[in-house]
Design a protein around this ligand. Structure first.
Ligand SMILES: C[S@@+](CC[C@H](N)C(=O)[O-])C[C@H]1O[C@@H](n2cnc3c(N)ncnc32)[C@H](O)[C@@H]1O
Length: 409
């Protein structure tokens, strides 16, 4: 559980967690152990992602609440929390959907688009037919959402092209094993049904777990002093574009047509990638934002260093501004987390440091300082593993690590 607690891989063997592979996720069994060990009653996850913390806390008897701003990811988390729905109704409607889909002949999207590049016509037809049959059988109930998840949960498995674990879809690569749409859907429904019934036995009256699709920088719906434990993993300052993490699924569903359709969402998420920096004046924010005052001098030195490396080495990415925006967003987030954490509560951020253009950014230390500035008492960092991110194919020499930032107060 130690080294792998920061990654999602082990969750693929766990009921409900395995319904959708969200590579940004972390390990559910570690969360459950931590909640149990501390005897927490109310657990908050302000960057809830696919709901790992919420399900793990619920499984060990704690009430749980989460916040997630990405609409697709939030919908996945909400659907997973519906494992308590009527299993027989879910299975019965899934059967109807699968059978009706066989008679449908949906229009295929134009050649050249992402969906057409990821799926050949013989796979895409049955998948779109399943999508249309699910829409046709909508009743406005929990089963609708479970069927939606059953479909989005199989898409990458049914694509013969490389669909990398993280957001990037690699249409130039191929997969060794590709599932057929109908088979994959039946298997997914069966697995979900089995998980629903096994969890019903082990958790006959689970405590409430809820997720709100909202911004960590706004007051949380749970109100003040609610959580006695906060377990979360925020975006790292390492240039991952979270808005893009489900582009394949969102394009298939018709939610978006292109990369740029995600721009409104990019602008709203915590800024952890340079793709989010359009029209951002890092210089002014660095000088004037009150939230940054506890780290302003150190941040200014890193900002200047990054701007200089960019200028002298002809880099295009505005990492200097991204770093300012990231910590400005996180400073605001800490104030909201403080507001909803009970006095004496504990917070754990699973997080890693970063080194854009080879310039080291002491992420966990600055986050710790910002937490104390927001009203927490103290922080310490527990390293879990070393990692080595590459930045724009330039191998940097700075050893990076990942671990748990513990904040008390
Ligand atoms: C590292 S992931 C968390 C994954 C989660 N631990 C899991 O196991 O699924 C960070 C999440 O923060 C979300 N996020 C980014 N900006 C946000 C914001 N302003 N408000 C709420 N959530 C945000 C991202 O969409 C992403 O899902």
């Amino acid at each position: 559980m130690g080294r792998n607690s920061t990654t999602f891989g082990g969750n693929l063997a766990l009921p409900v967690h395995r319904w959708f592979r969200y590579s940004a996720g972390f390990a559910a069994d570690w969360v459950a152990a931590e909640v149990g060990r501390r005897g927490a009653r109310r657990v908050l996850d302000p960057f809830a992602g696919s709901g790992t913390t919420l399900l793990a806390a619920q499984a060990v008897g704690a009430e749980a609440a989460g916040v997630e701003l990405h609409p697709f990811v939030a919908r996945v988390a909400r659907a997973k929390l519906l494992w308590t729905a009527d299993e027989a109704a879910f299975r019965a409607r899934a059967l109807q959907v699968a059978s009706d889909s066989l008679a449908l002949r949906p229009d295929l999207p134009q050649a050249g688009g992402l969906t057409a590049r990821c799926f050949p016509a013989e796979t895409l037809g049955p998948l779109l037919a399943l999508r249309d049959a699910i829409d046709h059988h909508r009743r406005g109930d929990d089963v609708d959402e479970l069927l939606w998840l059953a479909l989005v949960g199989i898409l990458r498995r049914c694509s013969p092209v490389g669909t990398a674990q993280w957001q990037y879809v690699l249409p130039g690569r191929t997969k060794a094993r590709v599932a057929l749409a109908g088979d994959a859907f039946r298997e997914q429904v069966d697995m979900m049904g089995q998980d629903m019934s096994s969890l019903r036995l082990s958790q006959p009256s689970p405590p409430r777990a809820r997720l709100s699709e909202s911004d960590v920088r706004q007051p949380f719906p749970v109100g003040e002093d609610w959580a006695d434990l906060v377990i979360t993993s925020p975006p790292y300052a390492n240039n991952y574009d979270y808005a893009d993490c489900a582009r394949l699924e969102m394009t298939f569903l018709g939610d978006i047509g292109s990369w740029s359709d995600l721009n409104p969402l990019r602008r709203r998420l915590v800024r952890s990638s340079t793709q989010q920096m359009a029209r951002y004046d890092g210089e002014t924010v660095l000088r004037t934002s009150p939230g940054l005052s506890p780290i302003r001098d150190e941040l200014a030195a890193v900002y200047a260093n990054l701007a200089e490396v960019r200028r002298t080495r002809g880099g295009r990415k505005v990492y200097h501004s991204m770093i300012v925006a990231y910590f400005d967003d996180m400073a605001t987030a800490w104030h909201q987390i403080r507001r909803s954490t009970a006095p004496g509560g504990q917070v754990c951020f699973v997080v890693g440091d970063s080194a854009p253009y080879g310039v080291h950014v002491p992420v966990e230390r600055w986050l710790g300082i910002l937490a104390v500035a927001a009203g927490f008492h103290s922080w310490h960092f527990e390293k879990v593993r070393t990692r080595n991110d590459r930045w724009e194919n330039r191998k940097h020499r700075v050893p990076l690590h990942e671990g748990r930032l513990w904040v008390s107060g």
